[in-house]
Design a protein. Structure first.
Length: 135
């Protein structure tokens, strides 16, 4: 249920093992002159355009036990946090093991989603459910 987090490990071809552990929200991701218009994600980005809050994942849910896999990452945004307009959500992963020891513990932007402007009231709790499909 909500409140539980399982570590989901993935790896690169060189054996580097990482897990998606955090999410962040930012005020980028939409056109400020047309807040309903989403700006394309730049695959070269290594961070959100304008991060305003980051925290741990709330829940990880596996949707399919066999290929193609589908995983949902639940991201709960607490009350009074990030009450600005939100237009981007990013998932961050941490390197758990690497053949290059200096990389262990490094956090990196693993996935990002842009969306039209989302506004929040200071008393609202936000929940983003990001689904990633694996071939």
């Amino acid at each position: 249920g909500i409140g539980t987090v399982s570590i989901n490990g993935y790896h690169f071809p060189d054996g580097t093992l990482y897990a998606v552990t955090e999410f962040a929200v930012g005020v980028g991701g939409y056109d400020p002159t047309a807040p309903g218009t989403v700006v394309a994600v730049n695959p070269a980005d290594v961070a959100l355009a304008t991060e305003i809050w980051r925290g741990p994942l709330t829940h990880v849910q596996y949707q399919a036990p066999t290929p193609p896999w589908s995983v949902q990452y639940w991201c709960r945004l607490p009350q009074s946090q990030a009450v600005q307009g939100i237009g981007e959500v990013g998932l961050y992963a941490e390197i758990l093991w690497s053949p290059f020891p200096w990389e262990i513990g490094t956090t990196f932007l693993w996935a990002v989603q842009h969306m039209p402007l989302q506004t929040r009231h200071a008393n609202a709790v936000g929940l983003f459910v990001l689904q990633v499909d694996y071939p």
